[in-house]
Every structure is written in structure tokens, then in C-alpha cells.
Design a protein around this ligand. Structure first.
Ligand code: RUB
Length: 306
């Protein structure tokens, strides 16, 4: 694998690149780099190089259907294409640009729909770091009289601090809390908004570990719970009985295992929030209740994942 592409894979694995959208974007960018820089002399050689890299990138974060969908969509175009190695290079570059453009458009739509949906909320709680959540909250703040955001720190990798910094430098009022303080602060919260790594055919949400607990707390306190998610996060495999695999990361991210001899340390990166705890997904197609998402996908969205 080319050095630049190997660096992207490592950065994804080590969470230097994190968040489903960023991960998918970088994987598509890696395909573009291969198309531009590969020394392949035939179409077959280039396809093979792309496939090997795509496989490695897809397995860097197992709970990322957006990454897999993005690569699958690109390979669908490759399969449908004809021509030699030079035409293929151009096609992959075109697809790369097209994907980035679609991502920007989707983000703008999510911002607008999300900002309208949350316009009545003055305090919003979020968990982890989601680029979609940050854009929506910035937009809510811009359009209204300012909002207040409570960010959890998000153990063990503290991605909540990225959210806190990004929002605060955009002028949003931010309070940082430890993950276990959510039930203490929920009485001050009008809505919870988190990102999404995967959406299943049941409408369940797979997101950063801790999300499911926050959803139960929100539900018990009558607080609306939203997830900002492009429909590209829908995992089509769950429609045919596939179960979303939950990535389990190294114990060292939690604490030093050498200091706790004999203790098993578990570190799942994501959890599953059942659809019944969610008010709606804020998508590029609109604000959609989790129970309707599959219908929306079947009516017009699912084929774009192939
Ligand atoms: C990040 C996380 C985010 C989603 C959505 O987890 O759970 O909520 O990925 O992010 P990690 P986005 O830090 O382990 O990648 O809206 O940017 O796609």
C-alpha cells in the first residue's frame, strides 16, 4: 500500500481521524490518491490495488457502515465502467470529487433541518465528537439567540473535548461535564443531540459508548433525543439479518492494565440505542422518526449504497 494511504489507515485506526464522516471521507480520499499515484499498467492491476487498500481501510474501524458504503458505492461505479487504466484513474478521481460534493450538500441540509427542529431548545446536551452535531449546533446558535451546550468528556479517548473546543471557538456557550454527570444535569436540558456511526434496519442507533445510557436518562426525564446522521450511515447488511459488529478497542485506552493484574478490562467503542428511545434522526432527507427510516431508505435511498 502506498505510504500516504498507509498513513490514512493508521490514523483511522489510532483515532487521529475519528467520526464516521471524517473516516469515510479519508477512505475515499485514499482511493483518489491511489488512482493518481499508482504505477499500475493495466486496469486489472489498478482495480486490484484499490480493492486491497479498500479492504484494509474498511477493517480499520469495524463499526463504520458509512465507510463501507462509500467504498461500495465507488466500486459499483468501477464495475459499471469500461476503458483502460487511464480512464479508470479519471473515474475514481471524479467519484472522489462527487462524494465530497455530496457530503457538503448533505451537511448543509442537515444543518438547516436540524436548526429548525432544535430552534426551540436553549440547552442541548451532546456526547463524543460528531462533525454533524457541531455544524447543526453552530447553526442553531447563529440563527437563534444563542444556545448553551453541555458536552460530556467521553471516556476513554475524550473526544468530547474536541466538541467543546470547536463549539466554544465558534462562540457557543459550552459546559463540559464528566460522562457520569448526565443524570445530574438532564433537568437543565431541552434536547439531546448525538451523532451516529450506524443505523440498523430496526432504526436502532449505534454510536459512541455511553449514548444508550444517555438515551434512557433522556427518556425517563421526557427530554427529546436526536441523532444527526446522513442516510449513508444506514447499514444495509442489517436488513438481511447482519448484526452490527461493535468494535472493541485496547484496554490501554482505559487504564494501565499492568497496574491491575488479574483484572479484565473491556473497552467497547460503541453501543446500541433502541429506536424507541429516539425522537428522530436528523438526516439530509429530513427529520425522520427511527421507525420510518427503513421505509425512506427502501423508497429511494438504499440503492445509492451500492
Ligand atoms: C465518534 C462518534 C460520532 C459518530 C458521528 O466515535 O461516535 O458520534 O462517528 O460522527 P469515534 P460524524 O471518535 O470513536 O470515531 O457526525 O462526524 O460522522
Amino acid at each position: 500500500m502506498q505510504r500516504e494511504v498507509e498513513k490514512i489507515r493508521k490514523d483511522i485506526k489510532r483515532l487521529r481521524i475519528q467520526g464516521a464522516r471524517n473516516v469515510a471521507k479519508e477512505a475515499v480520499r485514499a482511493m483518489g490518491i491511489i488512482a493518481r499515484k499508482s504505477k499500475a499498467k493495466s486496469r486489472e492491476e489498478l482495480v486490484n490495488e484499490l480493492l486491497v487498500a479498500a479492504d484494509e481501510l474498511a477493517s480499520a474501524r469495524p463499526t463504520e457502515p458509512m465507510l463501507r458504503n462509500a467504498l461500495r458505492a465507488l466500486f459499483a461505479e468501477v464495475r459499471n465502467s469500461t476503458g483502460g487504466v487511464e480512464e479508470l484513474r479519471k473515474l475514481v478521481e471524479r467519484e472522489e470529487m462527487e462524494y465530497f460534493k455530496r457530503m457538503r450538500e448533505n451537511e448543509e441540509r442537515m444543518e438547516e433541518y436540524g436548526a429548525r427542529e432544535l430552534s426551540g431548545s436553549s440547552t442541548v446536551l451532546t456526547h463524543c465528537h460528531s462533525s454533524s452535531v457541531v455544524s447543526i449546533l453552530k447553526r442553531v446558535d447563529e440563527l437563534g439567540n444563542g444556545i448553551s451546550v453541555i458536552c460530556t468528556e467521553t471516556r476513554p479517548k475524550l473526544q468530547g473535548l474536541i466538541t467543546a473546543k470547536q463549539l466554544s471557538s465558534a462562540g457557543v456557550k459550552v459546559t463540559l461535564i464528566v460522562d457520569s454527570a448526565v443524570s445530574h444535569f438532564i433537568k437543565d436540558v431541552d434536547a439531546v443531540l448525538v451523532g451516529a456511526d450506524a443505523i440498523t434496519s430496526r432504526g436502532d442507533l449505534v454510536n459512541k459508548i455511553g449514548t444508550a445510557g444517555i438515551a434512557v436518562i433522556a427518556h425517563e426525564n421526557g427530554v427529546s433525543m436526536y441523532s444527526a446522521a446522513e442516510t449513508f450511515k444506514f447499514d444495509p447488511l442489517t436488513l438481511w439479518g447482519g448484526i452490527e459488529k461493535i468494535e472493541e478497542r485496547k484496554p490501554e485506552e482505559v487504564t494501565n492494565p499492568k497496574k491491575l493484574k488479574g483484572v479484565e478490562i473491556r473497552n467497547p467503542a460503541f453501543d446500541v440505542t433502541p429506536a424507541r428511545y429516539l425522537t428522530a434522526y436528523i438526516t439530509e432527507m429530513g427529520v425522520i422518526p427511527p421507525q420510518s427510516l427503513l421505509n425512506v431508505m427502501l423508497k429511494g435511498g438504499i440503492e445509492k449504497l451500492y
